[in-house]
Design a protein around this ligand. Structure first.
Ligand code: NAP
Length: 315
């Protein structure tokens, strides 16, 4: 495992990090085994949120991390009434502080390493978050030593403008951002990463496998073909060759699609690529991507030619 600097936090974080959004409630013992396998592999950053599995992600993670105080845990407060893109903003400083206290309790920690505003999705609500006392409350938690570093995540189904991060990062308020980058939605590589480098903000990448579901996503060749069909269906890719050809992604061989997807992210100047897995077998597959230089310039160039025009995640 190689480690990269997480921006101005100065933390050295594993280039592959673990997304703990799924599995804790469904199969706690398998979740704990997977977390321990991550630690054995050298992963030292785990992302969770108070809202994942109604708190079970944090609770079971806290159980798994007993005796592993050195692991960097990132968690989040969602200032909306749901995770939907059209959710209503309901953030308040009191709720934010109460959420942080709950996260500390569930995670069995006396300090949150990284605390993010979860899924900030419009400029208007970002401005509210910054001025209604929520941001000030985050800063107070940091002053009190209950939180080490603060940041925000964008909505995972980002629109490709990354307007939230374009505004928030240069503002200098945040140490870390969580953002969407994958070999389909590449926009942040040029529009956000240079800003983060300039302002020394740590970058935790989510959605490396796109919006993966049972049938679509960068999880297998078949699922990737379905993803491309969906991009064609939404008019983001032409309904014409080479997009309609079965061999479109052959140039990524010998890498399987998920490995190529993680390699693509790690070839960018990001701090860490955060991927969720629910089994040690999946983890072992993803660890194969951790081989610098990850993805050669030719394959990267071809991915840019083919998919660089995409501006939205698809479902
Ligand atoms: N706005 C936000 O703040 C936000 C939004 C979304 C996600 N996140 C965070 O980012 C983390 C990472 O997100 P993510 O995009 O990785 O989503 P995720 O919700 O963790 O899901 C990743 C999916 O990819 C599958 N997968 C992983 N490795 C694979 C492989 N080698 N082959 C086939 N399938 C594979 C997993 O399957 P199995 O589960 O079946 O193993 C899972 O379905 C999340 O866990 C969460 O912590 C944050």
């Amino acid at each position: 495992m190689q480690y990269r600097r997480l921006g101005r936090t100065g933390l050295q974080v594993s280039e592959l990090s673990y997304g703990a959004a799924r599995g804790a409630a469904q199969n706690p013992s398998q979740f704990i085994d997977t977390v321990h396998a991550c630690l054995d592999a050298g992963i030292n950053l785990i992302d969770t949120a108070g809202g994942y599995d109604l708190g079970e992600s944090e609770r079971v993670l806290g159980q798994a991390l007993v005796g592993h105080d050195d692991v960097i845990v990132e968690t989040k407060y969602c200032p909306y009434d749901s995770y939907r893109a059209d959710a209503t903003y309901v953030g308040t400083p009191d709720a934010l502080v109460a959420a942080a206290e709950e996260s500390l309790r569930r995670l069995r920690r006396d300090r949150l390493d990284i605390f993010l505003g979860h899924g900030l999705r419009t400029l208007e609500t970002l401005d509210r978050f910054m001025t209604d006392g929520c941001y000030a409350a985050m800063c107070r938690l940091r002053e009190q030593g209950k939180v080490r570093f603060i940041g925000i995540s964008e909505l995972s189904e980002g629109d490709g403008t990354h307007q939230i991060l374009q505004r928030a990062v240069p503002g200098g308020a945040f140490d870390v951002v969580m953002l969407t980058i994958n070999l389909m939605l590449q926009t942040a590589v040029e529009s956000v990463l240079p800003l983060c480098a300039q302002h020394d903000v740590g970058t935790v990448v989510m959605m490396a496998l796109n919006q993966s579901s049972g049938v679509s996503g960068l999880t297998s060749l078949e699922a990737a073909r379905e993803l491309i069909r969906r991009y064609i269906g939404t008019g983001q890719l032409p309904d014409a060759p080479p997009y309609t050809e079965a061999g479109l992604l052959d140039f990524l061989q010998p890498y399987p699609i998920p490995e190529a997807a993680i390699r693509y992210v790690l070839a960018q100047p990001v701090s860490t690529c955060c991927v969720g897995v629910r089994s040690q077998e999946r983890l072992a597959q993803n660890l194969r991507a951790l081989a610098p230089p990850y993805l050669d310039a030719q394959r990267q160039e071809r991915l840019k030619e083919l998919f660089g025009g995409i501006v939205r995640q698809t479902f």
